[in-house]
Design a protein around this ligand. Structure first.
Ligand code: ADP
Length: 575
């Protein structure tokens, strides 16, 4: 065989080998290889090219498989949308959860499986995706083939090719049906709890009104009877009835306060008041009480405490009174010491006052010292039997002190004061110091000597006969004349007919309440003072009284002095 023929044969053989190589590669056998000859000729170039193509195909086909396996492995719904929002692909998990076949969804508009409202969300997402590569935790509802909507939490991201051309949107969505159910149950439970709470508050408000009304009658008449020179025995009985009535009144107020605290509706006033007159004077009765028990009672007031302060004197008194009442209650011998002092300098126009109430009484076991500030907690269970009380006082005190940006604590025994017996409660409060106090100083008066200087004719409006009689009696002793009305409607009619100097108006009444009656009177141009007389002392209640056109609000039960002062003030303002 000539060398030419030999060469031709070897070329033919290599072409056969190349054909085989192409066949194998075309059939996915990318590992099939043939060797290059030593000639480095065009056929070697071709073989090299096909080998390289095989390698590349192997690499790209494997990664395609890899992507496919990831695609199948995603357990959440996965949808690929084209830029026109038609569906390019959906994964098996999506098909299963929505109960569709692939051909029923692919190439269909995405609208087919979402509601109109959610389509709007999708439009918004698309706008967001212009600036950001992805959007997370968007709530959408995907529609099951049976028409039901299934809530999903979806994440969207833009699908780019290698040249950052936008190929569409990739959406991964998680079925959140269970989470939604849980949220709904929680919401319903919350709504039920709120409704129960609301019902409880309404019940408490109504009940307190119902209890307070007769209680005010009892307390008011006791005061009047005290002025009728009763015998010593009668005086003692009256005092006992008064103490019982007052504790009932305190319990009622505590329950209402606690309810307000629980609903976070308790707020403090910011009024100018004379610290010594309002706070220290209020402690005097406790001095007598302690001395009756044979206990010494001392009060020390730091001279640096300014005369006039800004805050809520009623609430401050409530806290101090609670601590002092407990000190008197739980001390049988020794002494009680109440100390007011100014703490280190604070911001301008503010003063930080510390109050210590130290007693030499039975003390509080260490392990109970934290819990006594919790509702309905007493240091030991025999206390309510022996001393009475509800265990609410300190809870309310703590809340009030915190509202005044202070802290309350107990030390028992008060070792820091070198005492080995008793308890020391201490708290501090931040109060305002007015630059130019506008407060007028008042002087103490003897109730039995009080009389109006000129004749006043008053309309008393109250649906409760006892309260009506009580107010009549007090006005009588003050030298005023009066007429009465039993509801707002009657009051309006009487105000049209008779000439009164002033109206004392109960708020909660049948037929027409005091607010409506006042509104009505003011609309028809009635300009005489109208004073609300009501047992409700919450800010929103008082505000409402002023809003409807009343001139002032007076708390029930009121004293003779209170009534005298408020009437005198209102009449002098209008004259
Ligand atoms: P209560 O109306 O029962 O007095 P408080 O909240 O005012 O409610 O007090 C809770 C409990 O703390 C009391 O029942 C008592 O056990 C204890 N306690 C409070 N103050 C004193 C004190 N000065 N000495 C001894 N125990 C006290």
């Amino acid at each position: 065989m000539s060398s030419y023929e030999q060469k031709e044969l070897s070329i033919k053989k290599r072409i056969d080998e190349i054909s085989r190589l192409i066949f194998e590669v075309a059939n996915g056998n990318f590992d099939y290889k043939i060797n290059l000859s030593d000639n480095d000729d065009e056929l070697d170039g071709l073989i090299g090219g096909i080998n390289m193509l095989g390698e590349e195909l192997k690499a790209s086909t494997v990664s395609k498989d890899f992507i496919e396996s990831i695609y199948k492995g995603v357990v959440d719904t996965l949808v690929i949308l084209r830029p026109d929002l038609s569906i390019e692909r959906v994964n098996d998990a999506a098909l299963k959860s929505l109960n569709y076949q692939a051909n029923e969804l692919e190439n269909e508009p995405f609208r087919k499986i979402i509601s109109d409202a959610d389509y709007l969300i999708l439009e918004a997402v698309r706008k967001t995706l212009i600036h950001e590569d992805n959007c997370h935790d968007i709530e959408i509802n995907l529609q099951h083939k049976n028409g039901d909507y299934i809530p999903h939490s979806a994440s969207f991201s833009i699908l780019y090719d290698n040249h950052r051309n936008n190929l569409g949107i990739i959406l991964i969505a998680k079925d959140i049906t269970q989470q939604k159910q849980f949220e709904n149950e929680l919401l319903q439970a919350k709504e039920r709890a709120e409704a129960t709470n609301e019902a409880k508050s309404n019940f408490l408000a109504n009940m307190s009104h119902e209890i307070r009304t007769p209680l005010n009658g009892i307390l008011g008449f006791i005061n009047l009877m005290m002025e009728t020179s009763p015998s010593e025995v009668q005086q003692n009985y009256l005092r006992l009835i008064k103490v019982s009535g007052e504790s009932l009144s305190k319990l009622l107020n505590d329950m209402l306060d606690l309810n307000k605290i629980e609903q976070q509706k308790l707020s403090l006033e910011s009024l100018e008041f004379d610290f010594r007159e309002k706070i220290i004077t209020d402690l005097k009765p406790y001095k007598y009480l302690a001395e009756e028990k044979g206990i010494a009672f001392e009060i020390a007031v730091d001279e640096k405490i300014p005369k006039v302060l800004k805050g809520d004197p009623v609430r401050i008194n409530q806290v101090i009174r609670n601590l002092v009442t407990n000190a008197v209650k739980f001390t049988n011998s020794g002494s009680i010491y109440v100390n007011f002092k100014v703490l280190k300098p604070t911001a301008d126009n503010m003063v930080n006052i510390a109050v210590e109430v130290i007693d030499s009484g039975k003390g509080i076991p260490f392990q109970k010292q934290e819990t006594i500030f919790e509702s309905f907690t007493q240091a030991d269970n025999s206390i309510s039997r022996e001393f009475g009380g509800s265990g609410l006082g300190l809870t309310i005190a703590k809340y009030m002190v915190e509202l005044m940006k202070g802290n309350i604590s107990v030390e028992s025994p008060p070792v820091s004061k070198n005492r080995d017996q008793g308890s020391m409660f201490q708290f501090n409060m931040l109060l305002g110091v007015p630059e130019k106090p506008s407060l007028l100083s008042t002087t103490a008066v003897d109730p039995s000597k009080l009389k109006f200087e000129s004749a006043h004719h008053v309309l008393i409006v109250d649906d409760n006969e006892i309260n009506l009689t009580l107010t009549k009696k007090v006005l009588e002793t003050l030298g005023a004349t009066f007429q009465t009305a039993e509801n707002g409607q009657e009051a309006v009619d009487m105000a049209k007919t008779y000439d009164f100097d002033l109206i004392l108006m109960d708020v909660q009444m049948p037929v027409m309440n005091g607010w409506l009656a006042t509104e009505y009177l003011r609309k028809m141009g009635y300009d005489k003072p109208i004073i609300a007389l009501s047992a409700n002392v919450y800010k929103e209640h008082i505000d409402k009284c002023l809003e409807v056109g009343m001139d002032a609000h007076m708390r029930k039960p009121f004293s003779k002095v209170d009534l005298f002062n408020i009437i005198s003030k209102q009449l002098s303002l209008k004259s």
